[in-house]
Design a protein around this ligand. Structure first.
Ligand SMILES: Cc1ncc(C[n+]2csc(CCOP(=O)(O)OP(=O)(O)O)c2C)c(N)n1
Length: 315
């Protein structure tokens, strides 16, 4: 978990630098500060379980086992990227690790997840699907539609809300009636739990409980993980809507430092070991950067491949 969170953090810090240097095109949202949620969830799942992600989804993919090389090349828009450079940061997908896709449409995963859950139920495969979404997305209709259907049909879905206090520039308390997203679960007759999203062990435990419930046919759960995003909503966001104190609070409650202290107190980690972990993570990231830099751009004649899927319709 410690190495996993550090991989997400250092990967995204490097991506910010590369974006600022003009190496990565497009529009970028990072999840720095929120790593405990991605890693706590992924470590509570089996490799063949599914996740549906958001516009802030690099960490979800890295934690689920996505390749740093494939992701970095994708962010560069290169042909060797996971989606051959056509997805970029907000439309990544890697089905080989159960990552069914990032999504730029807020709460879209909440209505896709019951579909995945229904497929799991019909196939009796024993898998579960997690859908991540933000506190802002929880105020959109698809959240309610998705939770309702999953609850009604007892589908193996885990709704994980990453409540980072902001929906772009709008504060949680200015947009969310009732104050608690977890409490909304009661309206649909399913368990809803608000947890400290900067405590990776708490996230893991909550999702492990929800997964156990889902696998035994008891249906969906809602987990609201409260956290703080350290960077802007997007790269370049001047953040005039919040005080610096909040970022300082985020750094004080840093999920990585917190787990590090927990491990040190139990004699499971020391400074030399932590340095070795960091060194290995940095080497992996630099390898991914070199790979992305050396990869070719997609060929113009491939522009229209993979854009449409044709299904044989019955006559
Ligand atoms: C349906 C829809 N409406 C509006 C937007 C524009 N938009 C992109 S991110 C965002 C805020 C999202 O807030 P939240 O769901 O809390 O996620 P966070 O960005 O905090 O991770 C908005 C309004 C969008 N992408 N999709």
């Amino acid at each position: 978990m410690y190495a996993g969170m550090l991989r997400v953090r250092l990967f995204e810090e490097r991506v910010r630098e590369l974006f600022a240097a003009g190496r990565i095109p497009g529009f970028l949202h990072t999840s720095i500060g929120q790593e405990a949620i991605a890693v706590g969830v992924a470590t509570a799942l089996a490799p063949d379980d599914y996740v549906l992600s958001t516009h802030r989804g690099h960490g979800h993919l890295v934690a689920k086992g996505g390749s740093l090389r494939g992701l970095m090349a994708e962010l560069y828009g290169k042909a060797n990227g996971i989606c051959h450079g056509k997805g970029g940061t907000m439309h990544i997908a890697d089905v080989s690790v159960g990552y069914l896709g990032a999504n730029g449409v807020l709460a879209a995963g909440c209505v896709l997840a019951p579909g995945v859950g229904l497929s799991i139920k019909h196939r009796k495969s024993g898998q579960v699907v997690v859908t991540f979404f933000g506190d802002g997305a929880a105020n959109r209709g698809p959240f309610h539609e998705g939770v309702n259907l999953a609850a009604l049909w007892r589908l193996p879905v885990i709704f994980v809300c990453e409540n980072n206090r902001w929906a772009s520039t709008t504060a949680h308390e200015c947009s969310t009636a009732g104050g608690s997203i977890a409490a909304r679960a009661a309206g649909y007759g399913i368990p809803g739990e608000a947890i400290d999203g900067n405590d990776v062990l708490a996230v893991h435990d909550a999702v492990a409980r929800a997964a156990g419930r889902a696998r035994s046919g008891e249906g969906p759960s809602l987990v609201e993980a409260r956290t703080i995003r350290w960077a802007g909503h997007f790269e370049g966001d001047p953040q005039a809507y919040r005080s610096r104190d909040e970022v300082a609070e985020g750094r004080r409650t840093d999920p990585i430092a917190r787990l590090g202290q927990h491990l040190e107190a139990r004699g499971l980690l020391d400074a030399a070991h932590a340095a070795r972990i960091r060194e290995a993570v940095v080497a992996e990231i630099e390898d991914a950067v070199a790979h992305a830099e050396a990869s070719p751009l997609p060929a113009p004649q491939d522009a229209l491949t993979d854009l449409f899927a044709y299904y044989p319709w019955p006559d």
